[in-house]
Design a protein around this ligand. Structure first.
Ligand SMILES: Nc1ncnc2c1ncn2[C@@H]1O[C@H](COP(=O)(O)OP(=O)(O)OP(=O)(O)O)[C@@H](O)[C@H]1O
Ligand SMILES: [Mg+2]
Length: 150
C-alpha cells in the first residue's frame, strides 16, 4: 500500500510547518503528489478597513485570501526544500477549517490527510487542536496527526 495523494493543512504556524515538512518527506518517500491547504474565515469589515488605510497602488492586493495565499506559498517552498516534487497549494474560505480540509481532501482524492496536533492558538500540550480532532472523526481516508508539542 502506498500513498498517491497527500493533503496537509497549515495555518502558517511554526507547529503546522512541522506537519508540512513531515508530509513533504512522506511525499518524497512514496512519490505521492502533495497539496498544501489553508482555510481562512472571510472578514469583509477587516478587509474594508485595511483597504481604506492602504496606499492606492497596493490596495488591490488586500483581499481576504491574500494572507492565506502567502502562508501556502511559504509552506510550498518548505515542502520543496524537504524533498517533495509535485506540490500544489489550495486556499478556501469558510467558517470551519476542518470542514474546508475535508472538502479539499475529497476534491484532490487524498488518501491521507496530515495535520499537526496543534496550531496557532497553542492550547496546553495535552489538548488536541480542533482541526485534528474533527478531521479524525470525519475523514474518508487515513489521518496522520503529527505530534507537535513544545
Ligand atoms: N486554517 C487552517 N487551515 C488548514 N489547516 C489548519 C488550519 N488551522 C489548523 N490547521 C491544521 O490543524 C493543526 C492543528 O491546529 P488547530 O487549529 O486544530 O489547533 P490550535 O490552533 O492549537 O487550537 P484551536 O483548536 O483553538 O484552533 C495545524 O497544525 C494544521 O495542520
Ligand atoms: Mg487553530
Amino acid at each position: 500500500m502506498t500513498y498517491r495523494s497527500i493533503l496537509v493543512g497549515t495555518d502558517g504556524s511554526e507547529t503546522a510547518s512541522e506537519a508540512v515538512r513531515h508530509a513533504a518527506r512522506l511525499a518524497a518517500a512514496t512519490g505521492a503528489r502533495l497539496t498544501i491547504a489553508t482555510g481562512y474565515t472571510p472578514d469583509p469589515g477587516a478587509v474594508e478597513r485595511a483597504q481604506a488605510e492602504a496606499p492606492d497602488d497596493i490596495r488591490w492586493r488586500i483581499t481576504d485570501s491574500a494572507a492565506a495565499e502567502e502562508k501556502v506559498a511559504a509552506a510550498r517552498r518548505e515542502a520543496l526544500a524537504a524533498g517533495a516534487t509535485t506540490v500544489n497549494g489550495r486556499v478556501e474560505g469558510g467558517d470551519d477549517p476542518a470542514a474546508l480540509l475535508l472538502d479539499m481532501a475529497d476534491d484532490v482524492g487524498a488518501d491521507v490527510i496530515v495535520v499537526g496536533s496543534k496550531g496557532m492558538s497553542s492550547p496546553t500540550r495535552f489538548i488536541l487542536g480542533n482541526v485534528p480532532n474533527k478531521v479524525s472523526h470525519h475523514a474518508p481516508c487515513d489521518v496522520l496527526i503529527v505530534h507537535t508539542a513544545d
